[in-house]
Design a protein around this ligand. Structure first.
Ligand code: C2O
Length: 549
């Protein structure tokens, strides 16, 4: 193993998309950001220098951060933000993870333009448990707003309404020629016939779950969230914000000048029709078929046929197909006995409209989101420091509601009272506690899915189902043999997901919906995992350059 050093200069850069030039926040002037490349076992040291007049933090999404909680990055959870003119060194080791992860800003909506891939290869002299790819290609889905995404979120917060949707989805930063005025901005993947490509798919979109396809091609899924899975074939990838999926693409054998469209578009079960239903396209080019971007022949290529926008059964079936590889090198370590069980109901809700304001949320209120009716209020100092220095008094309390404060039939008529309770509360877990967490998607206020992301751990997805979770019958169906290991799982509206993990990583760990507006509205909480007794079970003291609030 080696140590790999990176410097990330956070700086503004003019980017032109959709015929308009805009100043955006980037890493080293690149959009999407530069790749981080490591082998399993390597140490990665990234000096982040903030040159922009905004507070910044960066989260290394999916990196386990074993005993390196100070490097995790969510603002006000593990650190105070890096102010303009300051820097902070993130220092962590990649342990037991191979595949694709990603990084993104973790404060306000700055991640709209500040994101990039983390590519983790096997150790030297080790190989993939699948055919060696001819080439590896990161493919990142994102969203592009003509305005500043921070203006979008601050307007949503002020009015209490849902946010304006983005102007385009992007593939590796490009919206593609189906959107007006973007004919030159198209992602092109040039391929040779008869080769195997490893596509590293990342959903960095802020607010939408996506389907991805390439016309006339199928994929073999081999890895999700940097854990190997039992390979399975599919022609349509489903990927929620926060998730990564590695797929093999076998190119066709003929060497003719052909091209095919690749495309992504949203999956949404929301009853309200406010979702952007546009499609982003790129092109897969064989041989000498290179076309000039903007060439009208692109528009004449057929779009791959997508499932309907609300194809819930397709999604349930797809996610059910994911199983851990379970090899002797990577055994499945799902906890078989459970010490703490939790039931979290995830949903949208409302907050009262302040007097002297008019609010555009449901019935003149403000939109909110909650776990067990608690809408989580961020502290103004960082949790991890408060925890480490035993100064939690006045920062947080430890009485997070572990069952819903108000219960109802989550698939039936939602209650009239959708008001949430606001607070800053956490769950404390002794070191090495085995946890089972059932997450129930409620169908209040339009019924949206919630891709839940846990920092600091992978969890095993042991069960999923539609309707209300039944604590007597549903656990008998749990897969405790080869459940998929992930850091982000889609909890369906009016359905449930059960996960298990072992709290073997001391620190404070954020858990939240990776749909950015739901995170903003309060669908978030934190787990405090106490130190164990042995020296290698303790969180080390903070680095000297840890930013102050
Ligand atoms: Cu990718 Cu807390 O986020």
């Amino acid at each position: 193993s080696i140590t790999r050093h990176y410097t990330f200069n956070i700086q503004m850069r003019n980017i032109t998309r959709l015929c308009e030039t805009k100043r955006v926040i980037t890493v080293n002037g690149k959009f999407p950001g530069p790749r981080i490349i490591a082998r399993e076992g390597d140490r990665v040291v990234i000096k982040v220098v903030n040159h922009v007049p905004k507070n910044i933090t960066i989260h290394w999404h999916g990196v386990r951060q074993l005993q390196s909680g100070w490097a995790d990055g969510p603002a006000y959870i593990t650190q105070c933000p890096i102010q303009m003119g300051r820097s902070y060194v993130y220092n962590f080791t990649i342990t037991g993870q191979i595949g694709t992860l990603w990084y993104h800003a973790h404060i306000s909506w700055i991640r709209a333009t500040l994101y990039g891939p983390i590519i983790i290869f096997p150790k030297l002299n080790e190989s993939y448990p699948f055919v060696k790819p001819y080439k590896e290609v990161p493919i990142i889905f994102g969203e592009w707003w003509k305005v500043d995404p921070e203006a979008v979120v601050s307007q949503a917060i002020q009015t209490g309404a849902g946010p304006n949707s983005s102007d385009a989805y992007t593939i590796n930063g490009f919206p593609g020629p189906t959107i007006n005025c973007s004919s030159k901005e198209m992602y092109r993947l040039k391929v040779k016939p008869n080769k195997t490509y490893l596509l590293r798919l990342i959903n960095a979109a802020l607010n939408d779950e996506l389907f991805f396809k390439i016309s006339n091609h199928t994929f073999t899924v081999v890895d999700t969230d940097a854990s190997y899975v039992k390979p399975f074939k599919t022609d349509t990838i489903f990927i929620t914000p926060g998730q990564t999926t590695d797929v093999l693409l076998k190119t066709k054998s003929r060497n003719s000048n052909v091209k095919f469209l690749m495309a992504a578009r949203p999956y949404s079960t929301a009853a309200s029709g406010t979702f952007d239903n546009t499609t982003v396209i790129g092109v897969l080019e064989y041989g000498g078929s290179q076309i000039t971007p903007g060439n009208s022949s692109i528009k004449s290529l057929p779009l791959p046929p997508f499932p309907p926008i609300n194809a819930t059964a397709y999604v349930a079936n797809w996610t059910n197909s994911l199983r851990s590889l379970g090899s002797s090198r990577f055994p499945v370590t799902v906890p078989q006995t459970i010490q703490r069980r939790f039931f979290f109901a995830l949903g949208l809700g409302t907050n009262p409209c302040p007097a002297n304001q008019t609010c555009q949320g449901p019935n003149g209120t403000k939109f909110a989101a909650s776990i067990n009716n608690l809408s989580f209020v961020m502290p103004t100092t960082a949790f991890l420091q408060a925890h480490f220095f035993r100064q939690s008094k006045g920062v947080y309390s430890t009485d997070f509601p572990t069952t819903p404060l108000s219960q109802f039939n989550y698939t039936g008529t939602p209650p009239n009272n959708t008001m949430v309770v606001n607070g800053t509360k956490v769950v404390v877990l002794p070191f090495n506690t085995t946890v089972e967490l059932v997450m129930q998607g409620t169908s209040t206020l339009g019924g949206e899915n919630h891709p839940l992301h846990l920092h600091g751990f992978n969890f095993f997805v042991v069960g999923q189902g539609s309707g209300n979770f039944n604590s007597t019958t549903d656990p008998t169906t749990f897969n405790l043999v080869d459940p998929v290991e992930r850091n982000t799982v889609g909890v369906p509206s009016g359905g449930w997901v059960a996960v298990r993990f072992r709290a073997d990583n001391p620190g404070v760990w954020f858990m939240h919906c990776h749909i950015e507006i739901h995170l903003t509205w309060g669908l978030r909480m934190a787990w405090v995992v106490n130190d164990g007794k042995l020296p290698n079970q303790k969180l080390p003291p903070p680095p000297a350059d840890l930013p102050k609030c």
